[in-house]
Design a protein around this ligand. Structure first.
Ligand SMILES: N[C@@H](CCC(=O)N[C@@H](CS)C(=O)NCC(=O)O)C(=O)O
Length: 211
């Protein structure tokens, strides 16, 4: 199994966590987003969307982190990532989409560079833009999890929602959003980093292995 990713990529981090939670062997191929390698034609042949992650399973390439997690769960049911109850599953995926669909797409390189190139935003303005939307998601997530008494977002084992939250919190770190203002979310993030599969997959751990 080959994961096209990048150490800093939040979407790749989600897939890395899932692979490590399930104990699946894989190799990671770096597509260096800081050098613009996602735009290269050779990578376009892997993912015409020119974004990571892409997961090659026996020559079949999957893209978009959420359906990749769904496919991994179906192919490798050990350590389930999605709650069995349909309502809990919908709530878990909904929580995951608060970041995957709503705020993360606003902070990716293609949006940040468009803000600079088309609208003349300087680095500080781009960072403030990203921090604004990440903070909105913090407020949404805090409200969703505050009433729960479970160890993780949806229950006593981490699921897709926790994977998405872990990535979102790393993103907050990139843009200087102090998450202590959202205490349940912040504490959940700390708890998740105590799980080996989350800690081992962390962008800063992966960076140590990148060229
Ligand atoms: N919705 C996609 C997000 C994919 C995505 O935008 N990945 C970022 C890195 S986290 C990327 O490769 N961006 C390239 C760019 O914006 O040029 C997913 O969840 O997999």
């Amino acid at each position: 199994m080959r994961l096209y990713g990048f150490w800093r990529s939040i979407a790749t981090y989600r897939v890395r966590i899932a692979l490590n939670l399930k104990g699946i062997d894989y190799e990671e191929v770096d597509i260096n987003l800081l050098k613009g390698q996602q735009h290269e034609e050779s990578f376009g042949a892997v993912n015409p969307g020119h974004a990571v992650p892409a997961l090659d399973i026996d020559g079949r390439v999957l893209t978009q982190s959420l359906p990749i997690l769904e496919a991994l769960d179906a192919l490798y049911p050990q350590v389930p990532l999605f709650p069995a109850d349909p309502f809990e599953r919908a709530a878990a995926v909904g929580l995951a989409l608060d970041t995957i669909a709503d705020s993360h797409p606003l902070v990716v390189p293609r949006v940040r560079s468009r803000l600079t190139q088309q609208f003349g935003a300087d680095e500080a303005a781009v960072e403030a833009f990203c921090a604004h939307f990440l903070a909105l998601t913090n407020t949404t997530m805090e409200a969703r999890i505050a009433g729960r008494s479970t160890a993780y977002a949806m229950g006593d084992a981490p699921c897709v929602a926790d994977i998405a939250i872990a990535g979102h919190l790393v993103s907050c770190g990139y843009y200087g959003v102090d998450t202590t203002a959202w205490p349940h979310l912040h504490e959940l993030g700390e708890r998740l980093q105590q799980i080996d599969a989350f800690a081992r997959s962390h962008p800063f751990e992966r960076r140590k292995l990148s060229a």
